[in-house]
Design a protein around this ligand. Structure first.
Ligand code: ATP
Ligand code: MG
Length: 292
């Protein structure tokens, strides 16, 4: 297991599956913090498990992707703090894999948008003809582009539990109808913009997951990581057009290897070096393709 890095000027408050959260060291009450440091580790998670070993450079590459997308999607309010709005400096040795952000009250919803039918969406469609309650036309195949992108939210389960797909109506019960609609509309709009930008660079964003939170003034902001290869499925557009629907830029390499070597009971096996290296190389290639 990796240890939590000590960051000068900051106090560690919690560990997510991939990121460490810090508040300024002089903050007495975490709830009252006005700045937050999100430090991306090299840990890789799949099927809600943190895997061993870490992927070298992953934290930095994913942070770069998030920053790139926040910059591309400047019209959407996000959680980044500009240097002028901050008082606690981020030490240089962790700067490349950290984001200095405003603490938001997070919605307990994973806002998933799917532009293509793949993965758990494809599995569900085969059973029911729908995905998370969204009816789809008959006759679709694995990896097909959907007639239009669909919003398929999940409930963000507390630490240690698995996230659960839910209907849009359930999100209305959880956060109220107005916020549920706002999260859906924002998610669909951001996905469409990003997918168009990526396609110009020869990359398909098959699906993605956003998280949103509310700031002290009540404004909904996009938070967490955005359109990274952890939160999104990226494909090579040319490969996709020529019928190759398995060649992805994300951690599909890890998922595929795990599916073939683990029955999802007990602790997952340690990833072989070859899988680690191939995954790291794919992350680097995606950055180059996007120009991030
Ligand atoms: P996974 O993403 O694999 O499901 P996780 O969400 O449990 O794992 P991480 O992504 O490692 O954990 O940790 C980031 C945590 O920080 C998440 O709980 C996320 O909701 C939270 N977070 C992100 N941005 C903010 C923000 N601006 N304010 C408050 N919390 C945030
Ligand atoms: Mg997360």
């Amino acid at each position: 297991m990796s240890t939590v890095p000590v960051v000068e000027g900051w106090r560690h408050v919690s560990s997510g599956k991939v990121r460490e959260l810090y508040v300024p060291a002089d903050t007495a009450d975490v709830a009252g913090a006005t700045e937050l440091l999100l430090l991306a580790s090299d840990r890789v998670s799949a099927y809600d498990f943190a895997l061993e070993p870490p992927i070298p450079g992953k934290g930095e590459l994913l942070t770069r992707l998030s920053r790139f997308w926040f910059d591309q999607l400047r019209d959407v309010p996000n959680h980044l703090l500009t240097p002028s709005g901050t008082t606690t400096p981020v030490p240089a040795e962790v700067a490349a894999r950290s984001m200095h952000v405003m603490p938001l009250r997070m919605f307990p919803i994973e806002c998933v948008v799917r532009g293509y039918l793949v993965g758990s969406g494809w599995a569900e469609y085969q059973q029911s003809g729908s995905v998370c309650g969204v009816a789809l036309p008959a006759g679709l195949s694995d990896g097909d582009r959907l007639p239009e992108p669909i919003y398929t939210p999940a409930y963000k389960a507390p630490q240690g539990e698995h996230d659960e797909n839910i209907s849009f109506e359930r999100t209305e019960e959880l956060v109220g109808p107005a916020d549920a609609a706002a999260l859906r509309d924002l998610s669909l709009a951001v996905y469409s913009d990003a997918a168009a930008i990526a396609l110009q660079r020869g990359v398909v964003i098959a699906d993605t997951k956003f998280e949103f939170g509310r700031d002290a003034d009540g404004l909904i902001r996009i938070a967490d990581e955005v359109l990274t290869s952890d939160s999104s499925r990226y494909w090579d557009a040319a490969a996709y057009e020529s019928g190759n629907r398995t060649d992805s830029f994300d951690k599909q390499i890890v998922r595929d290897w795990l599916s073939a070597h683990w029955d999802r009971t007990g602790t997952p096996p340690v990833l072989p070096d070859e899988v680690v290296e191939r995954t790291a190389a794919r992350y680097r290639e995606l950055i180059e393709r996007l120009g991030a």
